[in-house]
Design a protein around this ligand. Sequence first.
Ligand code: HDD
Length: 698
Amino acid sequence: MAQKAEFETKQGQGGETHQAIPEKGPHDSAAHLTTNQGIRVSDNQNSLKSGERGPTLLEDFVLREKIFHFDHERIPERIVHARGSAAHGFFECTESLADITKADLFQRVGERTPLFTRFSTVAGGAGSVDTPRDVRGFAVKFYTKEGNWDLVGNNIPVFFIQDAIKFPDLVHAVKMEADRGYPQAGSAHDTFWDWASLLPETTHMLMWAMSDRTIPRSLRTIEGFGIHTFRFVNAKGKSTFVKFHWKPKLGVQSTVWDEALKLQAADNDYHRRDLFEAIDTGAFPEWELGIQTFDQAFADAQPYDVLDATKLIPEEILPVRIVGRMVLDRWPDNFFAETEQVAFCPANIVPGVDFSNDPLLQGRLFSYLDTQKSRLGTANFHQIPINAPKCPVMNFQRDGQMQMNIPVGRANYEPNSLAAHGEEGGPRECPMTGFKTFEGSADNDEQGDKLRVRAELFADHYSQARLFWLSQTESEQAHIASSFVFELSKVGLQQVPGRMVAGLRNVDEGLAKRVADGLAITLPPKTKAARAPVDMEPSPALSIQKNMKETLEGRCVGILYADGSDGAEIDALIKAVTAAKGKAVLVAPKVGGAVLADGSVRKADGQLAGMPSQIFDAVALILSPEGGAMLAKEAAAVQFAMDAFGHLKAIGASDGAQAVLDKANVVLDEGVTATGKDFVAAAAKRFWDREPSLRMLA
Ligand code: HDD
C-alpha cells in the first residue's frame, strides 16, 4: 500500500517536470520547498489521507498551513485609489534650492534620491479597469536622507472640495451606489451628480473631470500636482509658499471618449501594461519637477485664496520653475509587497517642507495615517520594506502587532540616565537639526476664535471654472460639453441635471446651453453665485491640445499586414518608427503570421481580433490588393481602420489597403497618408479637426 501511494504521488505531480528537477543535496537548502516553520515539504501535490480513497487527515500540517495562509492573503483595499500601478525610480535635483528650503534633497545639483511612485484611479476597486473617466492619483514617496517625504497628489491641480470634512460624502457619492452596488469606477450616476450639483465648490474640478484630463493615454503622459499650497522653510527659518508640479517628458496626452470606452474592453490593464512595458524595454518614464513659489504679499494680491484647494495659480501669472526630474526605472519585484502595501501620507514631510493652513490638507494629515492601520492591520506598517525609511529610525516606540524589530536593552523611555551608568541610553532629541514646525502665522491672523466657517474668498466658486473653460480649444470645449451631457444622461433623478446646468450658467452661458440642448431640457434659471465671479485672463497652459508635443517617442504604431504584404515596406516602416523612438507592433489575422509577397513567413506580435486599433497611437495597413480584398470582408480589420479614423489617429496605408479603407468610411485628410515619411510625421499627432465630421458633439 505504501509503495502504491508513493507511485501515485509522482504520477499526480504531472510527471516529467517533477522528475526533471533533481532533488538538491542536504547542504543546498535554498531551493527546497519548506513550510513557514522551515520544515522541508516532501509532497506539495497530495494531502494526507487515511487510505488511498479515504478522508483527509486533520493532522496534515502542510495542507492546513498552506490553506490557512491562502485564506488570509487579501487585505482591505484602499477606500479610494484602490486600483493602482507603481514603480521605483529616482529624483535628481537639477537646481539647488538652498536659498528657499533646507530640505536635503534640494541642496546639491545632480544628487539623486530614491523614490517609489504609485499612480491610481480613484473610484474603482482594485480589480477595476484602467481607463474609466476618472481623476488619476500621483503619489510619490521620496526616501530622503532625512526621512520619507510623501507628495500625494493628483493629475488635476485642484480638488472637488475645500474642507476635509466633506471627503467622506464625496467618496460615498462617487463610489458604487450603496443599495445596488454599481456602477463600478465611474461618476456617471445619480448619487455623484446629486451631491455635486448641490455643492457649487465642485464646479471648477468638475470642469477638469469632464475634460480629456481624466481619460489619459498613458500614465507616462499625465501631469502631477501637489495641489495644496505648501511651505518651504530655509536654514534661517524663512518660509516661502510653494506649489508642486510634475511635467511629463512626453507631454500630456489623452484619448478620446469613444476610444477610452473601447479600451475598457480591449485591455483592462492598458495603463499598467503600458507602464510595465515602457520600463521593461528601458524607455524609462520621466517627469520634470516644477515649483511655483510666492510670498504672502503675492497671495494677498490674488483674487482667490491660496489656501483654497479648488483654486490654482495660472502659470502665466506665476511661472513654473523646473528644479529636478523623476525617472521611473524599476518595476516592483512583487505587486502585493510593494504596490499594494505602500502607504502614503501627506503628513510625511522632512525639515525644509511644511504645511499651510489649507483646511483640506489639514484633514488629510490625519486621514492617511489612520487608514493604514485598518488597511495594513498594525501600527507597525512603517516597518514594511516599501514603507521603511532608508535612513536610521530610532525612537522609544515599542511593541504592537507584527513588530519586526528586536530592540535591545532597557531604554524604552526618555529622558533616561542609563548611558551615564554604562548602559545603552537610546536616541536623544536633536534641537538643532530636528524637524521644527514653522512658527510664523502670517496666513492665519484670525487665530483665536473657534469657528466652523470658511474664509471669504472661498465663496467664489466660478471664476476659475470659467478660466479653465476659456483656456481650452474649441475641440476641448466640445469634449467637456459632451462629457457633461453623457454623464448627466445617466442620471435618473429628475431634479439633478437642471440643477447642474443652472450652476454651469455661472461658468459660461454657451456651455450651459449646449449641455441643456444635449439633454433636451429647458434652460433653468441661473444659480445665484455666493460671490460674484471675477474675470481672469485665459491660461493656455491649462489646455492639452495647445501644448501637445509632436513626438513619436513613447508612442505605439500598429502595423496590420496579411498574406501577400510587402516585407520591405513593413521593414522600412518599423525602421522609421524605431528611429523616431516609437514602438512598432505587427498585427496579422493569425498570430503565427502571414506569408509575405516574397514567400517568407513574418510572425505577428498579436492577432487582429485581440489587438484593436484603440491600443495604438497610429496605425498602418500594409496590404496587397488580394490581402486588402480579403480583409475588407473581415469585420475586425474594417473596425481597425474605422476606429483609428474615428479616434482621430494617423493612418498609413499601402495602395492595396484601399478596399478596407473604403469599407471603413475612411476619407482622405492630412492624417491619412502612404506608409512612408509623411506617415511617421503624422503618427506623432492627433487630428482634432477631423472630429466634427465624425460625431455629434454637444
Ligand atoms: Fe486622498 C488615498 C490624493 C484628499 C483620504 N489620496 C489617496 C491617494 C492619492 C490621494 C493619490 C492614493 C495613494 C496611494 O497610491 O496609495 N487625496 C488625494 C488628493 C487630495 C486628497 C490629491 C486632495 C488634494 N484624501 C483627501 C482627503 C482625505 C483623503 C481630503 C480625507 C480627509 N486618500 C485618503 C485616504 C486614502 C487616500 C482614505 C485611501 C488609501 C490611503 O489613503 O492610503 O486616507
